[in-house]
Design a protein around this ligand. Structure first.
Ligand code: ATP
Ligand code: MG
Length: 379
C-alpha cells in the first residue's frame, strides 16, 4: 500500500507530525482541565466557604477560573502552533537545502559529470558524514575518469608512430617498392615489439594509478635486490661499453624489507636502462644503497647527458620525454618513470631526481621506509 504522505515533501511531513503532537497535547490538556480543574477548584471553594456553597461569589470565582484556564490554554495552543510553524520552516530549510544539493550532485554524477561536489556543512554528524562520503566517491570517480581520458589520448598519440611505420613499410612491400628482406623484417618486428611493450606498460601504469596494481610483498634482502638488477642489465651495459658499479655496505645489503621483489626489481632496471640510454661509452653508472633506522635509500647515479631544469618537474609524468627526438629513436614511450613512481608510491616510498643540467649526469633516488605504510593491493 502506498504511504499516505508519499507524494508530500519533507517540510509537510515534519509540519504534520508537529501538528499531530500538538493536537494530542492540546486535547489531553483540554480534557484534563475540563474534568479535573473545575472539580478541584469547586472543592477548594467549599473549603473556603462551607456555609454558602452556591453563593454569587463562588459562582463568579468558578466562572473566572474557567475563563482563565480556557484563555491560557488557547494562548498556549496558539503559541505552540506558531512555534511549530517556525521550527518547521527553520528545520526544513536546514534539512532540505543540503538534500537538494546532494540530489543535484547525484544527478550530475549519474549524467557523467564527476566534478560535482556537495559543499561541506549541513546539520549534524550524519549529514556531514554522508556529504564527505559522497564527495570522496565523486573524487575517486573523477580521478578514474581523468586517467581514462588522458590514457586514451596518450595512447592514440603513442600508437600513431609505430602503426604509421608498419603501414608505410607494408604498403611499400605491397607496391613492390620494398622487399621483405631481413633488415625490413627486423625493423617491422621492432615496431610490433614496441607496440607490445607499450600495451603492457600502459596496462601496468594505469593499474598502478587506479591503485589496482597487484603486489606480492615478501621479506626481501636489499643485497639480493641490487644483485638481481645488476645481473639483469649487465650484458646491455657491457655491449654499450658503459661501466656499472655497485656501492652498498654490508649493513645496507643485509636489510630486509617487506616488498614485491619483482616490482622493485622493475624499478631498478627501469632506472638502470634509462641511465644506460642517456650515457655514452666510457661513462659510469653507480647503483648504491644506504640504510638508516627509518629508511633504505637506493640511488642510480650516472655521468651522462643530464637533464635540463625545465624538464625535471615533469619527467615522472606519463609519456613525458625530455629529448623527444632522441628518445623516439630509442623507442622509449616515456612511461618508464611513471611506472617507477607508481611502484615506489605503492610501497609507501618516494622517488625523486637531481641533475645540475645537461652534460652533468643525473641521480635518481628511491627512498623506502623500513616501517612500510604501503598502499599496495596484495594478491
Ligand atoms: N638518467 C637519465 N638521464 C637523462 N635523462 C633521463 C634519464 N632518465 C630519464 N630521463 C629523461 O626522462 C624521460 C622519461 O623517462 P622514462 O623512463 O619515463 O621514459 P623513456 O625512457 O623515454 O621511455 P620508456 O622508459 O617508457 O621506454 C626520458 O625520455 C629522458 O628524457
Ligand atoms: Mg625509460
Amino acid at each position: 500500500m502506498k504511504p499516505r504522505l508519499a507524494g508530500s515533501g519533507l517540510g509537510t511531513r515534519i509540519f504534520v507530525a508537529l501538528i499531530v503532537v500538538l493536537c494530542v497535547a492540546a486535547v489531553t490538556a483540554w480534557i484534563v482541565a475540563l474534568v479535573i480543574g473545575p472539580r478541584l477548584f469547586h472543592d477548594h471553594m467549599l473549603m473556603v466557604s462551607p456555609a454558602e456553597p452556591y453563593s454569587d461569589v463562588v459562582a463568579h470565582a468558578e466562572e473566572a477560573f474557567d475563563s482563565a484556564w480556557q484563555t491560557s490554554l488557547l494562548l498556549a495552543l496558539l503559541a505552540a502552533f506558531a512555534t511549530s510553524i517556525f521550527v518547521t520552516v527553520v528545520l526544513v530549510r536546514r534539512l532540505v537545502h543540503p538534500i537538494q544539493q546532494m540530489r543535484a550532485a547525484v544527478t550530475k554524477v549519474a549524467q557523467g559529470d564527476f566534478t560535482a561536489r556537495v559543499p561541506e556543512g549541513g546539520i549534524g554528524l550524519e549529514f556531514a558524514q554522508l556529504i564527505s562520503a559522497f564527495n570522496t566517491m565523486a573524487g575517486e570517480l573523477d580521478q578514474t575518469e581523468r586517467t581514462r581520458t588522458r590514457l586514451l589520448a596518450d595512447l592514440g598519440h603513442e600508437l600513431r608512430t609505430p602503426v604509421a611505420t608498419l603501414n608505410g613499410y607494408l604498403e611499400a612491400m605491397q607496391d613492390g617498392v620494398a622487399s621483405a628482406d631481413t633488415e625490413t623484417l627486423v625493423m617491422l618486428r621492432g615496431q610490433t615489439d614496441r607496440l607490445t611493450r607499450l600495451a603492457e606498460d600502459i596496462a601496468l601504469v594505469s593499474d598502478a594509478e587506479e591503485r589496482r596494481l597487484s603486489m606480492h610483498p615478501t621479506p626481501t634482502r636489499i643485497g639480493g635486490l641490487l644483485a638481481a638488477a645488476q645481473s639483469q642489465t649487465r650484458s646491455r651495459y657491457e655491449t654499450r661499453g658503459v661501466e656499472l658499479h655497485m656501492i652498498a655496505d654490508e649493513n645496507a645489503k643485509a636489510v630486509m624489507l617487506r616488498l614485491d621483489p619483482d616490482r622493485m626489481g622493475q624499478v631498478l632496471t627501469n632506472l638502470l636502462d634509462n641511465a644506460l640510454q642517456h650515457t655514452d661509452p666510457g661513462d659510469t653508472v653507480t647503483l648504491s644503497a644506504e640504510a638508516t633506522d627509518a629508511s633504505v635509500t637506493l640511488k642510480v647515479q650516472d655521468s651522462g647527458h643530464g637533464i635540463a631544469a625545465e624538464h625535471l618537474p615533469h619527467i615522472f609524468e606519463r609519456f613525458y620525454r625530455a629529448d623527444t627526438a632522441r628518445d623516439r629513436a630509442h623507442g622509449g614511450s616515456g612511461i618508464g618513470l611513471a611506472i617507477v613512481r607508481s611502484i615506489v608510491t605503492a610501497h609507501g616510498g618516494s622517488v625523486w631526481v637531481h641533475s645540475d643540467g645537461p652534460s652533468t649526469g643525473a641521480i635518481f633516488t628511491v627512498d623506502l621506509p623500513r616501517q612500510s605504510k604501503n598502499t599496495m593491493k596484495v594478491q
